[in-house]
Structures are given as structure tokens and as C-alpha cells.
Design a protein around this ligand. Sequence first.
Ligand code: FES
Ligand SMILES: [Fe+2]
Length: 422
Amino acid sequence: MGLRNGTLEDGMAIADLFHGHRVHRLAYTSPEVFDLEMSRLFGKTWVYVGHASEVARPGDFKTTKIGREPVLLIRDDSEQVTVLFNRCAHRGAVVCRQERGSANRLRCLYHGWTYSTSGELVGVPFRQGYDDDFDPSELGLARAPRVETYRGFVFASLNPAVEPLTAHLGGARPYLDAAVDAAPDGEIVVTSGVHKHAYHGNWKLHLENFVDSYHPSFTHEATFARRVARTGVQPGRADTGSHNVALGHGHALIDYLAARDGPRRDRHGVNLAIFPNLLVCTPHRDIRIIRPIRVDFTETLTYHYRLKGAPVEVNRQAVRTTTLAIGAAGLVQPDDFEAYERIQEGLAVSCMDWTHFGRGLQREQVQPNGEIRGMGADEVGNRGQHREYRRLLLQEPRPCCTPDGTCRRAQAEVGALQASRA
Ligand code: FES
Ligand SMILES: [Fe+2]
């Protein structure tokens, strides 16, 4: 199958990947769709690359990717956080292989070209072999076209014309703010190691799962049984104790409510999925990055974050909880990976085209602030993710944002809702 004029080769249009609340299996299995995602999603929107506290001092760096493109998040000698393409100007080798570190110069393994922390070419071995036309100032590491930071979260975009980051974050901003404001000093810090995982499945499966409260009673049954045995407390039934929320612009949320049955409805944490690759879990205090590698292979990186100014024991407890849930021998996330791999395998069945995201469609409600809310185990958030996914794949303008930058999320999403019911 190949792409011709925006259609899949068998005549199926990209728009045919979506039918109301259903998504076609090819969105998860077709290498051509994956190629489109790399150019039209990861090449066009904001992508999370890391937290500023991971590169706290000049020369600190970490390597990551924007879609398929290797980049360096680095704090240069003037203390600016920048994102450089990790690609030597000589023959194209990746200059830095280390996942993280600190350096005052970056030297390419192949012929020794050497770059400063801000990407200038500062060293060329056996320089006398080049003539006067050779201009090192034109041969630095290229910079990502756009880099912006929000409350320490650093995003980059390959698209010079991308909207401002704050506009992209839109309805997710108050929740990111709340996550950071939970710190007594109003900052979070990422200095931990990383839990690295890979699974044989599509990257969207993790994005969707992060705001899926329908599955835990089943996928994580064994873990729940242990908890009941230990504490005697029965878990809440599906739909109680949380809301499932679409925030617009593809961002989504599980909003855990602290008082399950009482009059207080305080929030006691969120699973916040920032489209397309950042997941923030505030109860466990971890940040996860989704890295698509191939249509059926994905890496995920989980970093614990600390609340600056919080007592040591509070932060320690969160590290323990995260490791217990997320670690390679963890009690929760490995179960999810099993589910993703089963989905990837199951979607090879070619006589059944559709996956189903219809739970709670009839009862989701648009709030005055533009959020769409449903019951805990509804698939509201996933539908919101798919609206943005579809929009980007089809290269359509955002229906909710006017050219002056005002976002009319509520009205537009109501329209989308009604259309998807039709
Ligand atoms: S490829 Fe980097 S120095 Fe030659
Ligand atoms: Fe799960």
C-alpha cells in the first residue's frame, strides 16, 4: 500500500480511517500512515523534549527525538536551553550518542569535527586541507526551528510556523500549572534516572491507555486483588471516583476526585496526556515520553519528578510508588504493555476494520470552560485525542481557534460531538 494524492493505495482516503467514534485498524498497522504521522503530526506540532531541570548547568545535555529526527536538548554556555539537531554537518553522523551528560564540547566520532554547546563548529582536524571558501560558521549543528518552555517543560517544533506553545497547550495549561504549583517552591525538578521500556505496538496505544479508566479492573486485576488483600479496601467501581475529560487540542485527562462518595469533590490528582507525546501522572509524580520508532514498535521513558521544597520523605515515597507501578518488574505498567501487544497482534485480522471508542458518548457534557467531561471509564478523552489526530493527518485548520488566537473550544467541540453522533 502506498500513498497517492492523500489516499491509501487501495483507494481508501485518509478520512476513511475515521468513522464517528471508530478508528480504522490501519491507523495502528499501516507503515504509510506511520510515515504520515511523522511528517504531519510530529513534524508540524509541538513535541515535548525534556524538562529544563534535566539540563540545569551549562553543558548539560540529553538526547532524544522529535519524531524520527535525533536532537540534543542542551544548556549552552550562556545558560540558554536550546534544541540542536544531533547531526554532524560533515557527513551526517549523530554527534552525541550518550543519553545524558555534561560536556563543554561535542566531538563527532567519525572525523572529529567539534562543536560548542551552542552548536558552532569550533574544531576541524587537519584544517589545512580546506581552501579559503571553507566557512565553519555555516557548518554548525542546526537548531530546531522553534523551542519554547512552559513551567520548565521544554517543547520543540520542526514547524517554524507553529502556533505559540501556550496556544497549543490551551485547556491543558491549568492542569500543568496545578501539577507544578503542588510544589511548595512552585517548581518541579527532574533529576532521577529513567525507566525505559519498549513494546511491540503502536505509539497511540500508550497515549490512549493513559486516559483509559475502563481497563484497570481487568488488566490490573491481580494488582487490585493484592491491594484488597492488604488493605481490605475494595476499589471503586467503574465510573466512580474520576472523570474522563477532553481538554481540546487533543489533550486529555483522567481527573481523580479525592472524596468518592462524600460531598467534597476535591481533585487528588490527574493523568494528563499532552498530545502527542507527553504524559504527566500527578498521583505518582512521573513524566512519561512516548517515542514512536516504527508503526508497531514504541519506546517509552518514565522520569520521576520532585516537588521542589517538599520534605525528602514525600519525594522518596513518590519514587517508591512510581517504581512499584512503572518499573520493569512493576505491578501496573507491564500489564498495560501486554494489552498493547495483544491489540497490535489482534489488529492483523483483516476482515474486521474498526476499533471502538463509543463509551459514554451519549452522556458527555461540555462545560462552560470548554472541557468535555464524562464518567470515569468513558472514552471522552480518547475521542478528543482522535479529533486532533484526524485534524493533523488531514491538515485541516483547528475548528476551535480563530485567526486572532482565541480558542472557542466549547462551541467547536459541541459541533464535533454532534457531527460524530450523526
Ligand atoms: S561525519 Fe562528523 S566529522 Fe565526519
Ligand atoms: Fe493500565
